[in-house]
Design a protein around this ligand. Structure first.
Ligand SMILES: N[C@@H](CCC(=O)N[C@@H](CS)C(=O)NCC(=O)O)C(=O)O
Length: 214
């Protein structure tokens, strides 16, 4: 079978691409990543050349199959590679993990708006922006709850979709100089130190494109 093709944005900046890519990496399914640089005159045209999906990344395709949302990509990867552990095995844990992922997928607007992912940058002065402290407090509460209930090292024990969805948040805390509480440092570090994350970051550092963070 032909490998999947995954269209992603700049590795430095595209947090949704990172989630889709991490899901595919954890699945072990064969795929090739293709980067479309964001915020350029030719961005939409290049996305349109890849598929007829809305002009956003990530998009996964194989032949006629087109999947244009990070969570749908993760779900597909989990179904095609059930042994990869993208979702916890127990139905109750799985339902909780799905709640965590759904909350990230549709929430944390202030964090996303005021602290956009910028993996290789270090930027000060954004912690006081509206809603950011509340979003970060919620992230910490959620992490604490899951780690206490399931014993770590990841939110549901082994690394799952929930950790993949929070990986970009760990990079944001680092980029914007947010001091992570001592009890959560091991988890934030584990997100950043995972080999898949390190691979993404190494490729992000090599990227030629410069995007101004407003
Ligand atoms: N809900 C979508 C969001 C995708 C999304 O907004 N991607 C951003 C990059 S992280 C994008 O493609 N932006 C391009 C644009 O807005 O022109 C998903 O989860 O895949």
């Amino acid at each position: 079978m032909a490998p999947y093709r995954l269209l992603i944005g700049n590795r430095n900046h595209s947090s949704w691409s990172l989630r889709g890519w991490l899901a595919m990496r954890q699945s072990g399914l064969a795929f090739e990543a293709e980067v479309v640089p964001l915020f350029r005159d030719d961005t939409a045209g290049r996305m349109a050349a890849f598929s007829d999906a809305p002009p956003r990344v990530p998009v996964l395709r194989r032949g006629d199959l087109v999947i244009w949302d990070s969570l749908a990509i993760l779900e597909h990867a989990a179904e095609r590679a059930p042994a990869a552990g993208l979702w916890p095995e127990h139905p109750d844990r799985r339902a909780e993990a799905r709640s965590v992922v759904a909350e990230m997928h549709s929430g944390f607007t202030a964090l996303r708006t005021h602290m956009p992912m910028a993996i290789r940058e270090r930027i000060e002065g954004r912690r006081g922006r509206p809603g950011v402290a509340e979003d970060i407090a919620r992230v910490y509460a959620l992490w604490r709850r899951c780690l206490a209930l399931h014993g770590g090292p990841f939110l549901f024990g082994d690394r799952s979709a929930a950790d993949i969805f929070f990986a970009p948040v760990a990079t944001r805390l680092r980029t914007y100089g947010v001091t992570v509480p001592d009890d959560l440092v091991p988890y934030a570090d584990a997100l950043l130190a995972h080999p898949h994350m390190l691979q993404w970051e190494a490729e992000a550092v090599r990227e030629p494109w410069i995007v101004e963070i407003e």
